[in-house]
Design a protein around this ligand. Structure first.
Ligand code: 5AD
Ligand code: SF4
Length: 452
């Protein structure tokens, strides 16, 4: 295996990107060499997503492209990793002749053996899910990032069983990674100069390592390095602890930004989705967040057109979103997934046209809310962590505020990894355009603010 080159392509959520870094580490350990495109690799691994049909379609199309590369280079090995692995292993290997190996999210340690089997002339599959695997002892190798933001996986799997969601089937049961190994990874990131860490899990507030809760983990993580700021994704509204809100409010390096998926705005729909909270309960949680963390920024996930959705239920989603005033929302049309409760018990009966129309009403309203909220930012100052050169111009840098808003400003002498105080001068629905004031540090900035 040692002289082979590899290339990993990643689709889907941040969790998948974090997993690709683990696979990267496993292959480097084998002595394999990373290359920068599929054309020059001996082994191409595609880390896949099943969350919606269009995510899978994208991957199928890419696999077909890879098949044509394979026609020119008979030696090329193509593998499918991640969430699509379990669901389509038979189809992938037998019918389509697209792929040589298939590896589910809990079987990445087995990739070297599977590659060996392919070399011996066999197709190789391991899609077993595990109750324990957290890859705790594998240090992810981050080769594609910007050296500023890192993702650290703290738990895997999901036991929530929302009616629409395929994740419990693709990623298996919930399990938490031991705190010691998480803190060690954060220390390492600090030594390497990283400035922002996002703690990842399908359901982070279910984190539990012995007595250690998610709040305790955030507490310890934030103490590793006061110059690293922390985010997390995603929590579930059902058991969001107050003590975590207080910790976020008090600790300068815990960002005042919470992604808190609502999915829908009516009790009847939440019940059908098997989301164990009511509209009122959710809105109370939001009020609590706003009261305990002044200026907190909120984002959400919303699904339009789930089974049996009435016009009235759709309206309630709109009014919930208008009431909360999210700074950001990820909005989707419902897409039926095999094996889920919805696929087994309900009918995907909202016509495509109606789904599209409702989704576009949701998106339009959200854009207006964001535009309005962003306008209120003009004249305000923020601490921005610089991430990279702006997409639009080399003369500008981009980064995000503590509240997760994208900011663009003139490069001057600043560079990625710097904390820069800025003043907002113009806005769009997606971006703040600012004047840079000075380079600072996180401790100094928040320290000074307290004195003033
Ligand atoms: N159809 C549409 N959106 C979905 N999501 C999860 N499953 C589906 C589905 N079947 C959305 C949810 C979730 C986000 C990651 O993706 O909003 O929070
Ligand atoms: Fe896609 Fe969900 Fe798997 Fe992430 S966990 S890759 S969003 S299906």
């Amino acid at each position: 295996m040692t002289n082979k080159t590899f290339y990993i392509e990643t689709y889907g959520c941040q969790m998948n990107f974090a997993d690709s870094e683990i696979v990267n580490s496993i292959l480097l350990e084998e002595g394999m060499k990373p290359v920068h495109d599929a054309e020059s690799a001996d082994v191409v691994l595609v880390n896949t997503c099943s969350i919606r049909e269009n995510a899978e379609t994208k991957v199928w199309n890419r696999l077909k492209e890879l098949r044509s590369i394979k026609k020119e280079n008979g030696e090329l090995t193509v593998g499918v990793l991640g969430c699509m692995a379990e669901r389509i292993k038979d189809r992938i290997i037998e019918q389509e002749h697209l792929v040589d190996i298939v590896v589910g999210p809990d079987a990445y340690r087995d990739i070297p053996n599977l590659l060996q089997e392919v070399d011996d002339g066999r197709k190789a599959v391991n899609v077993l899910l595990s109750l324990e695997e957290t890859y705790a002892d594998i240090a992810p190798v981050r080769t594609t990032g910007n050296g500023v933001n890192a993702f650290v996986s703290i738990m895997r799997g999901c036991d929530n069983m929302c009616a629409f969601c395929v994740v419990p089937f693709t990623r298996g049961r919930e399990r938490s990674r031991p705190m010691g190994s998480i803190l060690k990874e954060i220390k390492q990131l600090s030594d390497e100069g990283y400035k922002e860490v996002t703690l990842l899990g399908q359901n982070v507030n279910s984190y539990l390592d012995g007595e250690t809760t998610f709040t305790k983990l955030m507490d310890e993580a934030s103490k590793v390095d006061p110059e690293i700021r922390f985010r997390f994704s995603s929590p579930h509204p059902k058991d969001f602890p107050d003590d975590l809100l207080h910790l976020i409010a008090e600790r300068p390096n815990l960002c005042n930004y919470i992604h808190i998926p609502a999915q829908a705005g009516s009790d009847t729909m939440l019940e059908r989705m098997r989301r164990p909270y009511t509209r009122e309960g959710y809105l109370e949680l939001i009020d609590n967040m706003k009261a305990i963390i002044p200026g907190v920024s909120l984002s959400t996930d919303i699904i339009a057109g789930f089974c049996d959705e009435t016009e009235e239920e759709h309206q309630q989603t709109l009014t919930l979103m208008a009431e909360v005033e999210y700074d950001l929302a990820y909005m989707f049309a419902y897409s039926e997934r095999e094996r889920t409760l919805a696929a087994r018990k309900f009918e995907d009966n909202v016509p495509e046209e109606t789904k599209k129309r409702r989704l576009s009403e949701i998106i339009t309203q959200q854009r207006e809310i964001q535009e309005r909220r962003n306008k209120e930012e003009v004249g305000r100052r923020h601490l921005v962590l610089v991430e990279s050169t702006s997409k639009k111009s080399d003369a500008q840098l981009s980064g995000r505020t503590d509240t997760n808003k994208m900011v663009v400003f003139d490069r001057k002498d600043f560079k990625p990894g710097d904390y820069v105080e800025v003043e907002v001068k113009e806005t769009t629905s997606a971006t703040l355009i600012a004047d840079p004031i000075r380079k600072t540090t996180l401790s100094e900035y928040y320290g000074a603010e307290v004195v003033a």
